[in-house]
Design a protein around this ligand. Sequence first.
Ligand code: HEM
Length: 201
Amino acid sequence: MKEEKHVIHPLALRVLHWVNALAVIIMILSGWRIYDAAPIWNFEFPRGLTLGGWLAGALAWHFAAMWLLGANLVAYLLYGVLTGHFRRRLLPLSLAGAWRDIRDAVAGETAHAPGCYTAAQRIAYVFAILAIVVAILSGLALWKPVQLQELAAVMGGYEGARRVHFFAMTALVLFILLHVALAVSVKGVLRPMVTGRAEPE
Ligand code: HEM
């Protein structure tokens, strides 16, 4: 008899995850084109890696995807709190546990079961969620610097908010590089995030 596969990532979580991934990627690539129009530092992002073609096109992408990102984040936070998903899957957080996981992984002893996050994964996911929150708050301060001047002031004014926005983007890019590398290299992890189901051990 065919063994039953169990759902480890409910449909709502999968939709929220992939919409978030799409929105984050559009925000980053269009953001790079916007940065290139007035670089903060002495470098630019290669045009071929950016989205939007020119400044106005990139701004249109950025402003369109920001609604998707913001609405999806609110829905994810509500889902996570109201269903107990955060309590079950992301908490408690343990830096010592994460450090142990990293040492084990370096020694080639990763004990990862799909749908049950390790301490290192939990820290990384909460880090990514916080980076998105910081990116949105600093983005709001840049978008409405007059109406939201108190928010901009917390970040050191308009120029400070630009730097905070840039560092939040950098944190997300580093997270995504590691996250995608692990998702495609650790066996049995990626498919359940698409289908929801994992084969029983
Ligand atoms: C681009 C921005 C992305 C962000 C910010 C992000 C963030 C996250 C977060 C926060 C979780 C935990 C979700 C939860 O249970 O509440 C997660 C899980 C996961 N993500 Fe992503 N993700 C992104 C892109 C991707 C991409 C491109 C892939 C695939 C290549 C991917 C594959 C996965 C998988 C497989 C899991 C489940 C891991 C497991 O079961 O151990 N993610 N992601």
